[in-house]
Design a protein around this ligand. Structure first.
Ligand SMILES: [Zn+2]
Length: 349
């Protein structure tokens, strides 16, 4: 496909990043440029800040292109720029990036590029450099890749601190094992396993709700402090939103919990992870018992019913470790007087 004198997008580039780069290129003509500090349309919905999503607004993007570029229509843009590799978080939460990728962009003579692979709720490392993604403080502008580059240049951030090479390797091999397992399972079983994995991942990252501290991975591994979060409007919402607003260390911790409970990775890997976390952060105490470390959130009766509904029906006996885990949670919920009529995994008619 000829791009009719527009810039060639990077294979992993978001639509908004490409539009911004095209806007700043003075050789491109017949193109409705974005302003330098432009933000997408945004508004308040009650207490919640909402924003349009320029990464999937293929129609508006196509309207910026002038005469002679009719072949670059919304369908073509959607095929090229669509976010299809997982659950994309909302635009304003697409704020984690890899500084090395941005430095490479500039070294290669072009403006920094924002990657699609950074935009998902499971994104925690750069697939190229294997480093943990870093947070951009204000990711509301089209220029976020440029803003991130400037932020990195102007700060002695932790991204410059050398990470333990053993831990980096451990993290990327763990993520690879999980991905291979999830994509390689037998088709008949894959749906159940992937679905359970994603649900557990979200439960362990639950956003703080009604004074609670949220999911266990968030409690143990979240390193970002002082982020202002509006309280979620419902228990369900706190589960759906949790992974989007979680930082990369807690996302990785949550994957370890979910993968261990589903026997995707051996228990020894869970223990290695806990030891590595304790070595890295003095004073951090995480139970070495998976069932205690990955305890489900505190709930009331309505919360239990929501959690039960969310997990849905599945054959518990096929997942012995998870089955045991759920039994322990049920015992605890019974003790706390919130256990509902139905146990986890049973389908209601
Ligand atoms: Zn990178």
């Amino acid at each position: 496909m000829r791009l009719s004198t527009l810039l060639t997008p990077n294979f992993d580039e978001t639509l908004s990043s490409w539009l911004f780069r095209c806007s700043l290129n003075r050789h491109i003509i017949k193109f409705t440029r974005l302003e330098l500090a432009e933000r997408p349309l945004h508004w308040w919905e009650g207490l919640e800040f909402r924003s349009a999503d320029p990464d999937v607004d293929f129609f508006s993007a196509s309207q910026r292109l002038g005469e002679g570029r009719e072949d670059i229509n919304p369908e073509w843009l959607s095929v090229y720029f669509g976010l299809r590799n997982g659950t994309a978080v909302e635009w304003s939460y697409r704020r984690f990036f890899c500084p090395d990728c941005l430095r490479n962009d500039v070294a290669n003579g072009h403006l920094p590029i924002w990657r699609k692979s950074w935009c998902y709720s499971h994104s925690c490392i750069c697939s190229m450099h294997k480093k943990e993604l870093v947070a951009l403080s204000d990711a509301s502008r089209y220029s976020k890749a440029w803003d991130a580059f400037v932020q990195e240049c102007n700060s002695v951030s932790r991204s410059n601190a050398a990470e333990d090479p053993w831990f980096s390797r451990f993290r990327s091999t763990t993520l690879m094992k999980i991905e291979h397992f999830l994509t390689g399972s037998r088709a008949s079983r894959r749906y159940v396993v992937v679905d359970l994995f994603n649900k557990l991942f979200c439960i362990f990252l639950q956003a703080p709700f009604h004074g609670g501290r949220g999911g266990s991975a968030r409690i143990h591994f979240q390193t970002e402090r002082g982020m202002r979060l509006s309280d979620q409007t419902s228990f369900e919402q706190s589960i759906f939103k949790g992974a989007s607003i979680a930082d990369p260390p807690s996302r990785f911790g949550s994957m370890i919990f979910a993968a261990s409970l589903l026997d995707i990775i051996p228990y020894s890997r869970f223990l290695m992870f806990i030891e590595a976390c304790e070595d890295a952060k003095i004073g951090l105490l995480i139970p070495r018992d998976l069932h205690r470390a990955a305890a489900f959130p505190y709930v009331d009766g309505a919360g239990y019913r929501a959690l039960h509904r969310y997990l849905g029906g599945f054959p518990r006996k096929d997942f012995p470790l998870l089955d045991r885990h759920l039994q322990l949670q049920e015992v605890r919920y019974a003790r706390e007087g919130v256990l509902g009529l139905h146990l986890f995994g049973t389908v209601l008619d």
